[in-house]
Design a protein around this ligand. Structure first.
Ligand SMILES: [Fe+2]
Ligand SMILES: [Fe+2]
Length: 293
């Protein structure tokens, strides 16, 4: 697949990326909550948290707190000091999104850390930050550099976090965490929407050549920190148990369902898209994507 990644490298035309970034920020600039004031710590009832839920909060705090790594990766993949003026203009446009998205992800990380502190999961603020920085200092790579693959990867990651928070919020009885999970779900859902529009536009603009690139990411998708966090696999299994209805293959299924919709909209691409979906379903042993949101 390595050759494939190098062979067909394209970026969206400026007008299209601008349209998606404008649409995103038009919504996001109004979608604010305050990490210090919107959560009412005096209403906290930590006794309603199970140990599993506390561990789940700790785990997702690590994932969100890796934001400096995610952000740096975007900055290095889409630099303003690009080779050509066109690329620089594209990257500057994308930066309007990246910086806003980064702010929102950083708010997630800090709100979760503040929750850990106020709920007594880690009552020592310095020790909490020390634990976080240990994971934060570990290197991170998306594993892809072709723009459509970077966006497909992030699409899956955004969907995974959205679905996880949503599923967890259905069983959490502690009211402040419940409220926080609802804020997080809304933000992640908006992030997913952006990346979905981006990938959809790549297919619409460049046609079926994009499909093997999307497929490559879907088949090789791994969550961030899977290769750096100690005991990741066991922790990931335990955290999934805390969120009934969460299925680790759901993001991939949602992506395939989305591709099918694109195929329904763009009749000339419907056949290659369906072929691509079939290959992915076989490789991932997925039997059904109907009924997936
Ligand atoms: Fe997040
Ligand atoms: Fe997100």
């Amino acid at each position: 697949m390595t050759n494939l990644r190098k062979e067909f490298r394209v970026q969206l035309p400026l007008a299209k990326i601008r349209q998606h970034v404008d649409n995103y920020n038009r919504l996001a600039d109004d979608a604010n909550w305050n990490r210090f004031k919107s959560l009412h710590w005096n209403e906290l009832k930590p006794e309603l948290l199970t140990q599993g839920q506390k561990d789940a909060v700790v785990f997702v705090t690590y994932v969100e707190d890796h934001l400096p790594g995610y952000f740096a990766e975007y900055q290095s993949l889409f630099p303003i000091e690009a080779k050509t003026k066109e690329e620089a203009m594209h990257n500057r446009e994308l930066f309007h999104f990246t910086v806003r998205w980064g702010l929102e992800e950083d708010r997630h990380a800090q709100a979760l850390a503040l929750y850990q502190y106020h709920a007594g999961i880690e009552p020592d603020r310095d020790r909490l930050e020390e634990k976080l920085i240990i994971e934060n200092r570990k290197p991170f790579s998306i594993g892809f550099s072709n723009p459509v693959q970077v966006f497909t990867y992030t699409l899956l990651q955004e969907k995974a976090t959205q679905l996880y928070y949503q599923s967890l919020s259905r069983v959490v009885k502690e009211p402040v965490l419940n409220r926080l999970l609802i804020y997080l779900t809304k933000d992640e859902s908006r992030h997913f929407g952006f990346f979905c529009d981006m990938v959809d536009t790549f297919i619409e603009t460049f046609g079926e050549k994009v499909l093997p690139l999307v497929e490559d990411v879907t088949l090789n998708y791994k969550m961030p920190l899977h290769n750096t966090m100690h005991d990741y696999r066991r922790k990931a299994i335990l955290m999934a148990r805390e969120a009934p209805g969460y299925d680790r293959m759901l993001p991939q299924k949602v992506l395939m369902r989305q591709l099918r919709r694109t195929g329904e909209r763009l009749a000339e691409l419907s056949r290659p898209i369906e072929d691509s979906i079939s290959r992915m379903m076989t490789a991932l042993r997925i039997s059904n994507i109907e009924g997936v949101a």
